[in-house]
Design a protein around this ligand. Structure first.
Ligand code: ADP
Ligand code: MG
Length: 414
């Protein structure tokens, strides 16, 4: 018989058309195939979906995938089906739920995507009991933690549901990685501590810069001149998205479209599709934009105001340069951004305030550091990077940094 990982590599080529695994994918897949519960912390774009989709095509039974957003599920469904994987979603937006339930019961599905709210429905637990489940995959697993940046109470209902199926392994996936959140996810989802796999977080091709916001239209238009490829500009409110999109179009002469939750759904979907297709478009958006969007050639991500947290900053900037080619992340900040964020903090329920404050302080530390941005970012995610990356504003612009190093070397070698 062929060893499971050899079979997995063959599947990787046949089903997904990829030559090899990337990063920690093989470690994660090996654990899943061995029936071991796992928390995989992998950066955005690292290929988390494959770590459950591939085993789902090999294991006996269905992989039940919990995902927080219907839009995300439908993207995943499309790409899974495009690879010939038997997949379905069970959401309030699906008209074909009867067929889905029949196929699930009959063992015909490799993947079944559900929203976390399902977990609280007695009928759903019964349905699971009528089918054969190979794996529980919990996407965006940081949603289970109040320490995470996106707590969803429904995720707390997953533990009792999964506990009713003690023989089914669990695979939790997230791009959020601070140590406290990881430990909390393990505890909340009942995954043993030795089931943690963390991937490297560095994105060496992204050049980070954080600048004071003097004249955002001019500053971003300058960036657009330097980077002619597709770009994403994040703005804090719908009104600012609209205004900025208009001004940037006028200032740059390039195609610029807005994206926010207040737009007509058809317009919003149209703008997103146009951006995904385009080789030179800039989309100005609220943070509603980007989750689950897989566009490899985004050349820059600009923030017109500070993001919600250091995790959010990492995720949002991580949409740049997924193809590995040089890309830029530029944040424009003002003192009033932090004043407003601290004001909002006072309105957060007390049990979550400490976590939020720590994340906000980490973001302030990143903005204020005179040292390497990448080093601050990676240390936050538990890595031990070199002191200078040579590819952020502070490393590139620090007066005399290279001179000082050269001088020190001369003195040492003299
Ligand atoms: P994540 O959920 O970690 O952000 P995705 O699962 O959406 O990432 O995958 C990001 C992209 O990487 C997808 O286009 C996917 O097809 C691609 N990908 C995943 N694994 C591989 C691989 N081993 N080789 C090449 N491309 C891959
Ligand atoms: Mg994903």
């Amino acid at each position: 018989t062929t060893p499971p990982m050899d079979q997995a590599r063959a599947r990787l080529r046949e089903v997904f058309g990829f030559d090899d695994f990337r990063g920690v994918q093989p470690q994660v897949v090996a654990r899943v195939l061995a029936g071991q519960s796992t928390l995989a912390v992998m950066p955005t774009g690292a290929g988390k979906s494959l770590t459950y989709q591939l085993p789902a095509t090999m294991l006996d039974g269905t992989c039940v995938v919990v995902s927080p957003l219907i839009a995300l599920m439908h993207d995943q469904l499309r790409s899974a089906r495009a690879n010939g994987i038997a997949a379905a979603t069970l959401t309030s937006a699906d008209a074909d739920w009867r067929e889905t339930i029949e196929a699930f019961r009959a063992g015909e599905l490799d993947l079944l995507y559900v929203a976390p709210e399902r977990a609280s429905q007695q009928g759903f637990r019964e349905l699971l009991g009528q089918a054969r489940i190979a794996l529980f995959a919990i996407d965006e697993a940081h949603c289970v933690s109040e320490w995470g940046h996106d707590f969803r109470p429904d995720y707390r209902l997953l533990r009792p549901l999964m506990d009713a199926f003690p023989d089914v392994p669990r695979l939790a996936l997230t791009a959020t990685a601070d140590a406290h959140t990881r430990a909390d996810i393990l505890a909340q989802l009942g995954i043993p501590d030795d089931g943690l796999i963390v991937a490297g977080f560095d994105r060496p091709n992204i050049r980070y810069a954080i600048r004071h916001r003097d004249n955002p239209v001019r500053q971003i238009a300058d960036l657009m001149r330097a980077e002619q490829g597709p770009g994403i500009v994040y703005a804090p409110t719908r009104a600012k998205v609209e205004a900025l999109a208009e001004k940037l179009a006028a200032a740059s002469g390039r195609p610029v479209l807005p994206y926010h939750a207040g737009l007509d759904p058809a317009v919003r979907a149209g703008n997103q599709a146009a951006f995904v297709e385009s080789e030179d478009m800039v989309i100005v958006a609220t943070i509603a934009f980007g989750m689950g969007i897989d566009k490899p050639d985004v050349r820059f991500v600009a923030h017109a105001g500070v993001p919600k947290s250091i995790e959010a900053y990492y995720q949002e900037t991580g949409r740049a340069g997924r193809d590995g080619d040089p890309a830029q992340a530029v944040m424009l900040w003002g003192a009033d951004d932090f004043a407003r964020a601290r004001q909002r903090l006072s309105e957060v329920p007390e049990d979550r305030r400490t976590g939020e404050r720590i994340r906000l302080d980490a973001l302030a530390g990143l903005v204020e550091t005179p040292g390497c941005r990448r080093a601050v970012l990676l240390r936050h995610f538990g890595e031990e990077p070199p002191d200078q990356c040579g590819n952020c504003d502070n490393c590139l612009e620090a007066p005399g940094v290279t001179d000082a190093t050269e001088l020190a070397q001369k003195l040492l070698s003299a």
